[in-house]
Design a protein. Structure first.
Length: 356
């Protein structure tokens, strides 16, 4: 044990004098400090849709109130011209765009030379058919109600006039019927499919907005750094052994010396990684400490096995670049290749950073 502690102390001093090692320590802390100071970005789950209405009738005003206050995954907003609709759709600001021509509602209610609504989409538009369904379902509801009122004026008013018996005038009675009909008609649930939001009328546009940060894989970088320095600790042991520094050491003592080299390499970087992950609140301190200790143990065993198999530093340095490249590919530092199929996942599990 005395030999182990003595060599651990010497190797710690040697390790902390290496500029590359100091750079990795500083990189972890700096990345964590940068990450916690990066502001969150807001991303809405609504899909924007631009609407330009040239119709100035009362029906058009009522439709605008309905469509702009609707609770759906589509957020309809008003623009002033058809060119603005085109611009927003082409730029991606709007997912789809609708242009209502002048006189549209009057022509639709009276079935006289019905004017056409223009709809704009692009190949990148998300769920354009859904926007079409939501827009025209509300439009149809508004127009159909106006047609019903028109029929009441033409057909029901004469009947009320001829059959009026109480003190209520036919016009007043007709107005009461219209109000009752409107209450039933518009209080019914607006069936616009599964795309209506589950929020109430008082919820704002921001109620489906989520906040997140740009991803920075600090935990994966920490795992990679710990793994790399563990391998470098093994290479340092093999180099010292070939210089006959440990010529008189027995098998048990050589195992201790191997571990001393590896621990001297991974202890400072593991401490820095622990601090960095605490700064970004990656997980609870106790759980993080346990995970860190288990990972250090796994990395140490892995490095001892690699060193025992290769034995010579010349072999080790030839294989080291291959190990590092495969680690970058399979360990999920930049992307999770293990998600593609079972074989890739099994290969990824060979490399320690995959488990951290």
């Amino acid at each position: 044990m005395k030999l182990f502690m003595n060599r651990l102390y010497i190797m710690l001093k040697r390790t902390l004098m290496q500029p590359l090692y100091i750079g990795m320590l500083a990189a972890l802390i700096v990345m964590s400090l940068i990450y916690v100071n990066v502001p969150e970005t807001s991303k809405t789950l609504y899909v924007p849709a631009a609407v330009c209405c040239y119709d100035t009738s009362m029906e058009a005003e009522e439709f605008e109130k309905t469509i702009f206050n609707s609770n759906s995954i589509y957020h309809f907003y008003k623009v002033g011209s058809e060119e603005a609709v085109k611009k927003d759709v082409l730029s991606g600001k709007a997912n789809v765009g609708f242009v209502i021509p002048e006189g549209f509602f009057a022509s639709s209610v009276h079935f006289s030379d019905v004017k056409q609504i223009i709809e704009y989409t692009t190949n990148s538009s998300r769920l354009p058919n859904v926007g079409h369904e939501l827009f025209f379902s509300k439009l149809f509801k508004m127009i159909s109600f106006r047609i019903v009122l028109e029929e009441l004026d033409n057909n029901l008013l004469p009947i009320l006039t001829s059959s009026a018996e109480d003190g209520t005038s036919p016009a007043e009675r007709l107005e009461e019927i219209k109000n009752e009909l409107a209450e039933v008609y518009f209080s019914a649930k607006d069936d616009s499919g599964v795309y209506e939001s589950q929020f109430g009328d008082d919820d704002s546009y921001d109620s489906m907005t989520v906040k997140n940060k740009s991803e920075l894989p600090i935990r994966k970088f920490a795992a990679l750094f710990i793994f790399v320095v563990a391998l470098l600790g093994t290479s340092a042991y093999l180099t010292d052994k070939e210089k006959n520094i440990y010529l008189l050491a027995g098998k048990g003592e050589r195992l201790q010396l191997r571990l001393a080299h590896i621990l001297a390499s991974i202890l400072p970087i593991s401490l820095a990684a622990y601090i960095a992950l605490l700064i970004i609140k990656e997980m609870y301190p106790g759980a993080l400490l346990l995970r860190m200790l288990l990972y250090m143990l796994y990395v140490s065993i892995f490095s001892v096995i690699i060193g025992a198999v290769l034995r010579k530093s010349s072999y080790f340095y030839r294989v080291l670049p291959v190990i590092l490249v495969l680690t970058l590919v399979f360990s999920g530092v930049f992307f999770d290749i293990g998600k593609y199929n079972a074989l890739m996942k099994n290969l990824s599990m060979i490399f320690p950073p995959y488990f951290f």
